[in-house]
Design a protein around this ligand. Structure first.
Ligand SMILES: Nc1ncnc2c1ncn2[C@@H]1O[C@H](COP(=O)(O)OS(=O)(=O)O)[C@@H](OP(=O)(O)O)[C@H]1O
Ligand SMILES: Nc1ncnc2c1ncn2[C@@H]1O[C@H](COP(=O)(O)OP(=O)(O)O)[C@@H](O)[C@H]1O
Length: 187
């Protein structure tokens, strides 16, 4: 299973992915997190935040996730992933991809601003520290129309959000195992 966590920077993708991994550590479900922030720094430092570079980033992350999930690892891809077309491409390319929207109003993200990106995006044009192409501020984020799960981290506390996501993974993992136990064509 590939879990695509999409949502604006600071919405809680990394936090929830890490908590879910911990939460599932006492089960026999192997979980790996592919955090776009980390992979960009370690593997794709030349990619920026244009539409084309974001597509390339997501395609590469999807490829790695496909390999891991092919070995039975529940692979959580934590990336802003703002465009519907590339999300749909991953869903069409790899088996058992689930799309999860981690939502949060920009007003709240401006208050959290753990990386200082939002303040920098709001600087005047031409300011040397200005951040351009920040999704939700000066770059698009297409809201998923029918995600498999929706979590709003402005409303839902971290512990409850973790339970929602862990429960979703457990349910789907178990359903998949039951399907694989059933002989093809008999049911
Ligand atoms: N425009 C811009 N300028 C500078 N830095 C930025 C910008 N947009 C995103 N970020 C930071 O990059 C982190 C990874 O982005 P993503 O790979 O998830 O983006 S995307 O999926 O390719 O759209 C992303 O990580 P998260 O904060 O974890 O979402 C941000 O820290
Ligand atoms: N309900 C919540 N779920 C997840 N994170 C939350 C929640 N409420 C507040 N936060 C905080 O918001 C921040 C989210 O940051 P992070 O997980 O790095 O986001 P992202 O990976 O989407 O950029 C963290 O500081 C986290 O503690």
């Amino acid at each position: 299973m590939i879990i695509l966590l999409c949502g604006l920077s600071g919405s809680g993708k990394t936090t929830l992915a890490q908590h879910v991994k911990m939460r599932l550590s006492d089960t026999d479900i192997p979980v790996e997190i592919i955090d776009a922030d980390v992979y960009r720094q370690k593997l794709f430092p030349n990619l920026g935040y244009t539409r084309e570079d974001r597509f390339e980033n997501i395609r590469r992350l999807g490829f790695i996730a496909g390999k891991l999930s092919g070995h039975g690892v529940v692979t959580i891809v934590s990336a802003i992933n703002p465009y519907d077309v590339i999300r749909r491409e991953l869903i069409a390319t790899y088996p058992d991809v689930k799309l999860i929207h981690i939502d949060c109003p920009v007003k709240t993200l401006l208050q959290r601003d753990t990386k200082g990106l939002y303040k920098r995006a709001l600087l005047p044009e031409g300011h040397p520290d200005k951040v351009t192409n920040l999704s939700g501020v000066n770059d698009p984020f297409q809201i998923p129309s029918s995600p498999d799960l929706y979590i709003n981290t402005h409303i839902t506390r971290q512990t409850e959000a973790t339970e929602m996501l862990a429960g979703f993974i457990l349910d789907n993992y178990q359903q998949e195992q039951i399907k694989q136990l059933q002989p093809a064509g008999r049911y």
